[in-house]
Design a protein around this ligand. Structure first.
Ligand code: HEC
Ligand code: HEC
Length: 366
């Protein structure tokens, strides 16, 4: 009896010591990751080639005042606003890197330099510039921002703005978070995460560089909608869509819209399949049938923007909407499982069917 109770005491102590030890371990890990974050905040930033060109072109340096060379050259006016500290400049630079190269494929230290953004994205190749072209700052040949080009500066100046699709007032931060979940098929970072704050700093800088005024709505903000009523109302057509896609888009985005990756870098983004946006994204025709047509008509085919008519854009978006892609939160587990199966089965089946079709046309007498 006595011996038992004596040995029970050290066993209990051992258990407590183990728990305390584990908690101390977690605390030390948290401290070291905080220290690492702090170091990253203070470190100088290696810009991606796109960001280097853009931020140098906009004359970003730490100073008391900021004067945009763009505004001077294009609008012919002088605009001077409050300048940026060294810390602001680094935040803007990191924000640009995140938008340009979300998963750190161009970074020396990989995703770590992007605040480990890859934690929030399921696919390997998603980057914000696939849909927010030229770092959310697309210009035409005359140097003016393009209507319906999802400009990030124009989004920032409407900071807490009414969202015409959800009917909610959504902050710039919430809008970014939505794009992680739906457009990038991922998870939501905290709204105070450095990942979000740096992109906000970058967007805010863009608005100063472009002289966009707080609270104003600009044509380059968001995407333009092409509703059914803006066509000749022949109805959206899968067959026409597939045909125009093959003619105008497939040489870049691939015959099954799975995109093209060369040496680990995206040349052309996937518009369907596991690397693409989800069924909850506003780009998905089944969720919002006017927005992807708007993207296509204003911004594609790359190099020949504006060459398609409204009906073509709706037909293509309809066709792309039928290809398998990841389900979103709203579709539930059954649809998600079905989409997973289809993403595995459809590409080889389609390839096979197409090879039969080719043989058939090669030997019309068979
Ligand atoms: C698959 C395409 C796609 C990708 C990738 C994408 N976005 Fe978006 N983004 C959209 C669409 C579509 C909208 C909604 C536009 C609208 O409402 O007119 C949007 C809206 C936004 C807005 C609000 C813009 C506004 O004016 O309302 C922000 C901010 C934003 N995205 C940030 C990001 C960030 C940051 C990333 C990268 C992590 C990203 N997006 C990746 C498609 C995309
Ligand atoms: C010359 C190559 C090229 C052609 C042709 C082309 N695209 Fe793209 N597309 C791109 C590139 C590159 C991007 C990424 C954004 C950028 O860099 O401007 C893109 C982006 C997109 C996106 C947004 C990205 C995403 O993840 O959803 C859509 C949608 C799209 N293209 C549709 C089309 C459609 C539809 C056509 C045919 C009408 C087409 N593209 C033709 C190269 C091309």
């Amino acid at each position: 009896m006595e011996a038992k109770s004596v040995s029970a005491v050290p066993a209990k102590l051992m258990k407590i010591a183990l728990i305390v030890g584990a908690l101390c371990g977690l605390y030390l890990m948290a401290l070291s990751s905080h220290a690492e974050r702090d170091q990253l905040r203070k470190a100088s930033v290696d810009l991606t080639p796109n960001c280097k060109a853009k931020l140098e072109g906009y004359g970003l340096v730490a100073a008391e005042h900021y004067r945009s060379p763009y505004v001077q050259a294009v609008n012919g006016v002088d605009s001077t606003v409050r300048g940026y500290s060294e810390q602001d400049v680094r935040s803007i630079q990191r924000g640009c890197n995140i938008v340009d190269d979300l998963q750190g494929q161009l970074a020396k230290r990989g995703a770590r330099e992007r605040w480990n953004a890859d934690r929030f994205v399921r696919g390997t190749y998603t980057t914000c510039i696939h849909c927010h072209q030229s770092g959310g700052d697309k210009h035409d040949t005359a140097g003016k921002p393009v209507s319906g080009s999802n400009n990030l500066g124009a989004s920032w100046v409407m900071a807490d703005m009414y969202d015409r699709f959800s009917g909610l007032i959504m902050s710039h931060e919430l809008r970014q978070m939505q794009c992680y979940i739906n457009a990038s098929n991922g998870f939501k970072p905290n709204s105070a995460d450095d990942l979000i704050r740096d992109v906000t700093a970058y967007s805010r800088f863009l608005s100063a560089a472009l002289d966009q005024k707080m609270g104003q709505r600009y044509a380059e903000q968001g995407l333009d909608e092409i509703p059914f009523s803006a066509t000749r109302r022949r109805g959206d057509d899968y067959v026409r869509g597939a045909h125009v896609y093959r003619e105008k888009c497939a040489n870049c985005h691939g015959p099954q819209a799975l995109g093209m990756v060369v040496q680990g870098k995206v040349l052309y983004p996937a518009l369907a399949g596991p690397q693409s946006f989800t069924m909850d994204s506003r780009m998905y025709f089944g969720t919002l049938n006017s927005l992807m047509p708007g993207f296509i008509c204003r911004n594609m085919p790359l190099g020949a923007e504006g060459s398609l008519d409204n009906q073509d854009c709706r037909d293509i978006a309809y066709y792309l909407g039928t290809l398998p892609r990841p389900a979103g939160d709203r579709q539930g587990p059954l649809v998600a499982a079905w989409q997973q199966v289809m993403m595995g089965v459809m590409p080889p089946l389609t390839r096979y069917a197409e090879s039969l079709g080719r043989n058939h046309t090669e030997h019309p007498g068979d």
